[in-house]
Design a protein around this ligand. Sequence first.
Ligand SMILES: Cc1cc2nc3c(=O)[nH]c(=O)nc-3n(C[C@H](O)[C@H](O)[C@H](O)COP(=O)(O)OP(=O)(O)OC[C@H]3O[C@@H](n4cnc5c(N)ncnc54)[C@H](O)[C@@H]3O)c2cc1C
Length: 365
Amino acid sequence: MIGAGVVGFSMAWHLQGLGHQVTLIAPELEQEQGELSGSQAALGLLMAQVYRRSSGRGWRLRQQSLALWQRWRQELEQRGHAIPARAGLLQLATTAEEVEAQERLCIQRQEQGFPLRLLSAAELAELRPTLPQPSLGGLVSPLDGQIDPGPALEAFRRDGLQRGLNLISSRVMGLQRGSGQGDQRWQLDLEGGATASAAWVVVCAGLSSPALLATVGHQRPQSPVLGQAAELQLHPDDHRALNWPGSLSWDGINLVPRPNGRLWLGATLEPDRSSPQRGGLDDAALQELLTLNGHAPAWLKRCELVRHWHGLRARPSGRPAPLLELLEPGLLLASGHYRNGVLLAPASAHWAGEQIAAAEPGAQL
Ligand SMILES: Cc1cc2nc3c(=O)[nH]c(=O)nc-3n(C[C@H](O)[C@H](O)[C@H](O)COP(=O)(O)OP(=O)(O)OC[C@H]3O[C@@H](n4cnc5c(N)ncnc54)[C@H](O)[C@@H]3O)c2cc1C
């Protein structure tokens, strides 16, 4: 398994549970907490039942993931590795068209048996702290919600280690196919000249996946989309009054209530300018986020900025996210999860397990 983001760690854990012996390779594994990968930066929102489509691969992966997260969290908690999570999501409509779309989606979901419901204007007006304006309509999804990505990674790591997960703290520089008859294993060239080998390799290296695949002739380009996010401290009065039915989604911005009167706000969608060579982070984009593009309610203006951070999302070029592919015997790609890697990690892991089982029961990776 190459990559120790939420996709790699959750997949390793799931495959171990299926009885595979798994080695996970990533450069940051020697530290207790990894460097800021996409997964460490994520807000952890799980938007499955509010997804605008009702069929197709994206829909199926989201529903499967939401169910698996619930099951996995229970299993991990029983094994002593709780992952904090908060149920509920309120999607707000800022235009008349969005209100109509919400009404249609709500009817559709209720017909499918999902517990979504529209909030009336009076119900929206009762929410505290007050909603950003305009908020012309609101769709509540009680089973969508949010999980904390950092503790999730840590839970997979700790439980994985207890189950015998092998960690190698290194960077994979390239892949090589086994040379044929009697040597079907993949060879991985590691930084510093070391090598590793495995019958199956899963590439979960986020934005580095295309370069790794190119070493064996596969072209799967992805582009980086930067996201900035912030943690705010609410005024104690505003925190005490909070009665939102979960996290909020307003005009593409997510507001996630946190313990101890804190709030996560995010995330921007920007071209990657994070390195000094590219001009550095865009302060204007952060300010737009912090002021909700000039629509910040009074309580938001009273908040104290505790910290802000950024991360990169891997967006596939010319193909829908995520990239889940059996590229050739023994080589799987699970990458390009773009804005939904936390949500889609369990379904991606499940997919990998099925691929391996179909090809070769008893395989090791
Ligand atoms: C600000 C922000 C907010 C987000 N919010 C959400 C959200 O609310 N909900 C949601 O579902 N998603 C969200 N996302 C998206 C989500 O974070 C990503 O889709 C997800 O983290 C992708 O996980 P990953 O494991 O594929 O990649 P990453 O987390 O990027 O991990 C890649 C791993 O590969 C390793 N690696 C790289 N190169 C090599 C190499 N050569 N050899 C070995 N290892 C290598 C890295 O060290 C790392 O361990 C957000 C993203 C950002 C940036």
